[in-house]
Design a binder for this molecule. Structure first.
Ligand SMILES: Nc1ncnc2c1ncn2[C@@H]1O[C@H](COP(=O)(O)OP(=O)(O)OP(=O)(O)O)[C@@H](O)[C@H]1O
Ligand SMILES: [Mg+2]
Length: 264
């Protein structure tokens, strides 16, 4: 069997002020998989994602395609792992949208024409081409989020790591992002509270709480498990509550509402 493209082994992290964030995370993601990372506020999702390209590191090991995430490998790792931060203001720092989206390709030392092409292509994918010459700081939050996604798409990464990618997106652009991600054949790891989004695009899901992976597996199995979800500040998403009555064997006992027959 092929080695997982992402391997975390006993990853622990405590912030300098003493706040514990990761309490021994073991996680493997297969090449080509789309993993949804869910869990309540403060569970450690963003902290975990920041380990995937070496922004944070303390105890334990993180490997990408077998390569340990340590200082000497960082430039290579960052060419493979494209990370979109939860907060777009942390991602965008150049004078114009063009410069922000060109930053990765320029660092990868692509020729000028290839940089221009990568930027135009990435901006088109997030429907932001007309903003190319604007200052990122003047954009709305949702527009900034889309530019942040473009800064990573322009690098054509092997692993796309997205932190709350749908937050603040309007329905049309949320839908556009879903269609785009479905078509991108790369490995994706996505932290989100948007469980309907997880149902649409993920093929497995991991629940994180208090810095530990509580469960990992099939999306429908985990997202229909009322007891599991409610114990960790989550709830069964609407579409599975309805489906639970109709399609999922054994899910009636687990659903939020009593079976339909009992209501009627
Ligand atoms: N820079 C920081 N300094 C100190 N503590 C921090 C810092 N960033 C995060 N934390 C703490 O680390 C823990 C994990 O936070 P993290 O941001 O990883 O959670 P999260 O699961 O991404 O939450 P959310 O769903 O709100 O995005 C929380 O207790 C948080 O308060
Ligand atoms: Mg977060």
């Amino acid at each position: 069997m092929e080695r997982p493209i992402v391997e975390l082994n006993n990853v622990r992290f405590t912030y300098p002020d003493g706040t514990p964030a990761l309490a021994g995370v073991d996680l493997c993601v297969a090449r080509g998989q789309t993993l949804g990372l869910i869990g309540p506020n403060g569970a450690g999702k963003s902290t975990l994602l920041l380990h995937l390209n070496g922004i944070l590191k303390q105890h334990g090991s993180v490997r990408i395609s077998g390569m340990e995430v340590v200082d000497r490998n960082l430039s290579s790792i960052r060419g493979k792992v494209g990370l979109v931060f939860q907060d777009p203001d942390a991602q965008l720092f150049m004078p114009t949208v063009f410069d922000d989206v060109a930053f990765g390709p320029v660092n990868m030392q692509l020729p000028k024409v290839a940089v221009q092409e990568a930027v135009v292509n990435a901006l088109e994918l997030v429907d932001m081409l007309p903003a190319m010459k604007r200052s990122s700081h003047h954009l709305s939050f949702g527009e900034k989020k889309r530019i942040s996604i473009a800064t990573v798409l322009s690098m054509n990464p092997e692993i796309l790591v997205l932190d709350e990618p749908t937050s603040n997106l309007d329905p049309k652009h949320r839908r556009g992002l879903i269609e785009l991600l479905k078509e991108l054949p790369v490995t994706k790891i996505i932290a989100t509270h948007d469980l309907e989004f997880v149902i649409e695009i993920c093929d497995c899901v991991a629940v994180l709480d208090r810095g530990k992976i509580i469960a990992q597996g099939d999306v429908v199995n985990i997202l229909s498990d009322k007891r599991l979800l409610e114990a960790h500040g989550l709830e069964v998403p609407h579409s599975l509550r309805k489906d639970a009555h109709r399609h999922i064997p054994g899910a009636i006992e687990k659903s939020l509402h009593p079976p339909l027959e009992r209501i009627q």
